[in-house]
Design a protein around this ligand. Sequence first.
Ligand code: FAD
Length: 316
Amino acid sequence: MAYNCVVLIKQVPDTKRITGEAMNDDGTVNRAALPAIFNPEDLNALELALQIKERYGGKATVITMGLPAASEILRDSLYRGADDAILLTDRRCAASDTLATSYILSCAVKKLLKRGTEAQRHRGTSHDIILCGRQAIDGDTAQVGPQLAEKLGITQITYIEELTELKDKTITVRRNIGTGWQKVQAALPVLLTVTGDANEPRVAAAKKMMKYKKARTPVEIENEMKANNPNANEQELKSLIEMKQNDLSDKGLLIKQWNLDDIEADLTWCGRSGSPTKVHRIQSVVLAAKESKTIEPSDKGISDMIHELIEDKIIA
Ligand code: FAD
């Protein structure tokens, strides 16, 4: 039995490295001031997919919806062991809230699975497992995974801590319920949202880095060609881009890129028109550092601190 794992990954600003320049004057995030990273729990989702593939057979495909720069996390996924990667990029995705994002991702997953299913009919059996991180560290809503499962019409199991068993069409997992854990069994296909406790994501493999370091998405090729050939006219540029794309495609190094037309998305459900969330007001909260206090690492020190906190009405 082979499993067809699709992992949804997101490039996010590194919110652990927030500096004074992190916010623009209008209250929006100054993405240029923060390094972009692989959303941490998406690495756990990818790791789980790679473990399933290695243990039971199958394939791991990663998809990201984002700007051309998100190609970086697709390459990173290939370095870590993903078989295939897809960049979903389109200006018409801008201003998408979680509802529009999950709609767009659902169209991409449907296109991917439809394609897979046709091939698998000839080959025999294979079952689908969709994996998301529990939460993205920028938007922080944890809504996209569950919304995506609803739109795909499949079972969802959130907050996965461990994959206990995978046997034919049945998956058994342990999920965190805050005050403990729950063992859940479900029939495939299923969408899992994976927590940071589920595993230790592997690092990039040197051999795969050597293999995929030149892998590029079409939009990256276009941007590189424009930068490297500032004097080329439109026709020359077009043929340079085509040549480079064909060369990378022959070497298996052309990363797939889809737009909203490729995934046959209904545009009224995408971008601003597909986003019922309206941002009413943004408030910048500046946490001013106060004087620090050293507590004796003893029972008395801790007891004094608790009394002080109660007196100051910080705890009751
Ligand atoms: P969560 O729900 O916390 O993510 C859970 C998991 O879903 C992730 O771990 C990952 O596995 C998957 N996932 C989430 N997002 C993606 C993705 N893009 N690709 C693949 N997998 C994913 N953001 C912009 O970048 N540009 C905008 O113009 C923009 N406009 C917005 C306008 C409004 C009104 C609002 C409310 C939000 C806007 N956002 C925009 C933010 C955007 O809606 C969220 O970043 C996005 O919907 C994901 O939500 P989240 O970060 O809370 O993810």
